[in-house]
Design a protein around this ligand. Structure first.
Ligand code: GLN
Length: 469
């Protein structure tokens, strides 16, 4: 691996500013690596850098395929959108470009962000660079694999129920899901609008803070976005003295595999070594999070995806007559998981069942948010494993949606409550990375990043395949 590939994104930006590395040189290095990617992590790679000057100074960023980029194929990895080139660019991407970061390419993902393994992509699965027979996680699997393999210095993805944190965990990198509203959703192809949030996937916590800093802010094009109440700081904490960490038994016990538990226990010991205090806190409704999520997210998806009918975007299966056009376009364009969710969501929203399913799930969602509020009256942050297991084998769960859904058991409660959470590498179990998750109250990203940074230094994770070139 050349010197360039060993630099973190923040270090690369620094060197470009100091004139020690040229933006062209860095672009060429990553553009070649992205073009040579053999993990199926990329669906499209840019030819030329497209950003101006700025604090991120020529450090290219890989972008999940569901971010609209003007004139660039943006399919959310769905065949139904094949051929679609948006006439505008997502606010988050526009902001990163304005800060100097050019778009390196579009990364593979589960179709419309529905999945935990990247096997639901309309363009084939992504391989995990730690073990090519295993999944990289999902739905931001391409972004995570690209960063872990060193074909991108950093990337952005989206998280609706875990899609930034879970692939980050399975690929041994850092993933931050921000507070709902902290980053504009404008130009993100919608899955479940009350949950979707974009954020960084990076090699380390400092890079996550730096990328996040240039994404936040209120956007007139997204009425649910909010001004971030403080400056996003680069983390510096070395100790955790006085920081209270809640350990919820509901998300740290049953269902977590032993090897993951062992790495998690080590992380807890490190937190105590650094002066942090551990305390058990209850999140009594979190065991119902998956059930509530799989009503709310499909319900919203069924409405959001009704627009793909052959009229306005992407493919059209037939011109014969209107009804056949709708039916055949949707039958041919959507994959099995997307169809499953449209049916589930349509059913849950139907007049006779709305109260029994959707209404009830919304009440559970409120209870989950209340649990977190109670917990944060006692502790500053909550710590759990990010994923119950390490990366599983390709094909292992494709015939069992329920087993697949459980991959997000530890990550789904946070987006239901709208709160931020980060995953950082905690170590290896049988040679595969294990993620540690830290969550905090809305807009506590600075506290989360600081604590994650202190813990990251103590863990001293060596980094992944990107080190070996
Ligand atoms: N795996 C979850 C799902 O399939 C979460 C996906 C996401 O966060 N986009 O819905």
């Amino acid at each position: 691996m050349s010197e360039l590939g060993l630099l973190s994104a923040a270090q690369a930006a620094e060197k470009i500013r100091a004139g020690e590395v040229s933006a062209d040189e860095l672009w060429t290095f990553y553009r070649e690596r992205a073009a040579a990617d053999d993990l199926n992590a990329y669906l499209w790679v840019a030819d030329e850098p497209d950003a101006g000057d700025g604090p991120l100074a020529g450090v290219p960023v890989a972008v999940k395929d569901l971010f609209c980029v003007e004139g660039v194929p943006s399919y959310a990895a769905s065949r139904v959108l094949e051929g679609y080139k948006p006439p505008y660019t997502a606010t988050s991407v526009r902001k990163l470009r304005a800060a100097g970061a050019p778009v390196l390419g579009k990364t593979n993902m589960d179709e419309f962000a529905m999945g935990s393994s990247n096997e639901n992509s309309g363009f084939g699965p992504v391989e995990n660079p730690w073990d090519r027979e295993r999944v990289p996680g999902g739905s931001s699997g391409g972004s995570a694999a690209a960063v872990a393999a060193g074909s991108a210095p950093w990337a952005i993805g989206t998280d609706t129920g875990g899609s930034i944190r879970q692939p980050a965990a399975l690929c041994g990198i850092v993933g931050l899901k921000p507070t709902y509203g902290a980053v504009s959703r404008y130009g993100m192809i919608a899955f479940a609008s009350s949950l979707d949030q974009c954020g960084p996937l990076t090699r380390d916590v400092t890079d996550a803070a730096l990328l996040f800093r240039h994404m936040v802010g209120k956007d007139p094009c997204d009425s649910t976005s909010l001004e971030f109440p403080e400056e996003v700081a680069l983390p510096t904490a070395e100790r955790l003295d006085g920081v209270r960490f809640g350990v919820p038994p509901e998300l740290t016990g049953e269902g977590i595999e032993d090897a993951v538990k062992a790495v998690f226990e080590e992380a807890l010991a490190k937190i105590e070594d650094l002066g942090g205090e551990l305390e058990e806190v209850a999140l009594p409704h979190s065991p119902h999070a998956i059930a509530a999520y799989y009503l709310i997210a499909p319900a919203e998806a069924s409405a959001n995806l009704s627009r793909y009918d052959g009229v306005r975007f992407g493919t059209r299966a037939t011109d014969e007559d209107l009804l056949s056009m709708y039916e055949e376009t949707r039958a041919a364009g959507f994959g099995a998981e997307v169809k499953r969710r449209i049916m589930l969501g349509t059913y849950a929203l139907s007049a006779g069942y709305y109260e029994a399913y959707y209404g009830r799930a919304q009440r559970v969602r409120t209870k989950i948010a209340d649990d977190f509020r109670d917990a944060f009256s006692k502790v500053d942050l909550i710590v759990t494993p990010t994923s119950p297991t390490v990366a599983f084998k390709l094909g292992e769960r494709t015939d069992d949606p329920w087993a697949m859904y459980l991959a997000d058991a530890c990550t789904v409660p946070m987006p239901l409550a709208g709160i931020p959470a980060i995953s950082i590498p905690g170590g290896l179990a049988d040679g595969l990375p294990v993620g540690i998750q830290l969550a905090g109250p809305a807009f506590s990203e600075n506290r989360i990043l600081d604590a994650a940074y202190a813990l990251e230094q103590a863990i001293g994770f060596e980094g992944g395949p990107w080190r070996d070139g």
